[in-house]
Design a protein around this ligand. Structure first.
Ligand code: NI
Ligand code: MN
Length: 225
């Protein structure tokens, strides 16, 4: 499975020829100026919640690619009303096609669109494909619900927010990695804005001290997992 980082909480996954994009916030991300949003591929767009730093480029990308938006009922209906394709879930539900599945799990956060429209309950996804499962936490606090995940899924890696203020910080993400029984974590939701700036070396060393690895991808970088 190939994973590309587009900045903040936006990742692209290539699974069996399908392109899955999460939480696109590229054109207004000051750290992603070198990414051409018009070249970003998407067959499916997974959205964890409706905040602007997760949905800002949804319409732009979905109109160009005809991608199917996969998210909670309220977010999918919001975009369907704008003429876009979508497939609605709620917590516990799974979007499934032969190439991959995406289960919508709980996140402790809020969810509203920039225009004030209610954005349903926020979530995360368990993305499974090619025999691999990845937890995409979305914006969330540490929560005991994370303990349910390893009871059902052996995670290869997890994408956790580490920037603090609006989500878990580095210390809570280390705690979360224990709850989800996954020692290789890809960090997201840091450095984009002043309130979520972190010291990356300190963060990586805190993980190392617990015999864990924090992977901080360069924006635009693609890795094979
Ligand atoms: Ni948020
Ligand atoms: Mn956010």
């Amino acid at each position: 499975m190939k994973v590309t980082y587009y900045g903040h909480s936006c990742f692209g996954f290539q699974i069996c020829g399908k392109h899955i994009l999460t939480d696109p916030f590229i054109s207004n991300n000051p750290l992603a100026k070198h990414i051409d949003v018009n070249q970003v591929p998407a067959d499916y767009i997974l959205l964890t919640h409706a905040h602007q730093d997760h949905v800002d480029d949804v319409e732009l990308i979905a109109k160009r690619t005809n991608a199917t938006i996969v998210s909670n009922f309220e977010i999918v209906n919001y975009y369907k009303a704008k003429g876009l394709e979508g497939s609605a879930l709620n917590h516990g539900g799974t979007f499934e096609i032969p190439q991959f599945s995406a289960k919508y799990v709980r996140a402790v956060h809020t969810s509203s669109f920039a225009d004030g429209t209610y954005g349903g309950n926020p979530g995360g996804f368990i993305l499974s494909g090619q025999g691999i499962s990845i937890y995409i936490a979305g914006d969330t606090a540490l929560t005991m619900d994370m303990k349910l995940i390893p009871l059902q899924h052996k995670l290869l890696t997890a994408i956790l927010p580490i920037g603090g203020t609006f989500t878990m910080d580095v210390d809570d993400a280390i705690f979360a990695s224990d709850l989800i029984e996954c020692d290789t974590i890809i960090g997201c939701h840091y450095d984009t804005f002043p309130p979520i700036e972190i010291d990356k070396d300190i963060a990586k060393n805190k993980f190392l001290a617990q015999d864990k690895e924090l992977v901080l991808m360069e924006i635009g970088q693609t890795i094979e997992i």
